[in-house]
Design a protein around this ligand. Sequence first.
Ligand SMILES: [Zn+2]
Length: 251
Amino acid sequence: MPDATFVRPDLSTFCRLDELGLEVTGQRLERHRAVLARRVVEPDRWCRRCGCEGAARDTVVRRLSHEPLGWRPTILEVTVRRYRCTGCGQVWRQDTTAAAEPRAKLSRRALRWALEALVTWRGHVEVEYVALDTLRQHSTGGAVEAPCVIARVSPGEYLHLLPATPHRILGWSLVRRYGRSLIGPPAQKVIPSISEELNKIALLHHVRDWPVWVREMATAGGQAYVVLSLCRTAVFWRLVNRCPRRPRPRS
Ligand SMILES: [Zn+2]
């Protein structure tokens, strides 16, 4: 006799996809992400124009980013039926508005997860918003057409704008190389490739600016930030040059 407190395992319910009107039909676990194949549970066979019944025509796949499960990016591949009306010839897709907004890339659960995460992380994590055009302009190393800004939320600070100075490509390079996307496409797909030469130039400019900045860093927090930044620079310089640590002299 089965234990009354347990029911049969059900991936759709476990991943809360039943709330989105979806049912899991398959899974593919990759090294850095999980892909769940699914179908829309409710049929949608009545024409919205004339009310006649539609005949199933073919299917299309809609990809949505879902909330990360087990801190692993999770992608939904939803098979959506297309129908053709037997009366007026109208063609439509199965309704997926329970799963996501029309043309959205995030599932409704993903959107909710992201909003809850923003509240949880507030005061703990620095968030920067950068326009895709800004990334593209800076990654070429050429002249930037117009002054670009980034928006930043730091712990204890209001949302504010900062100039997108060239040294910021150091951070973007690291995100591109080591960043893990929890929602949406991977960083390598969003951030353009930045040459190592450009990284070196940006790094040198950044370090040369520090003697001026340091004079204004009078607080303990500011001075700690100086030390942190220069250590980070040293590590980055080593990564860019791929040079081994200098051996310690024997005593
Ligand atoms: Zn019709």
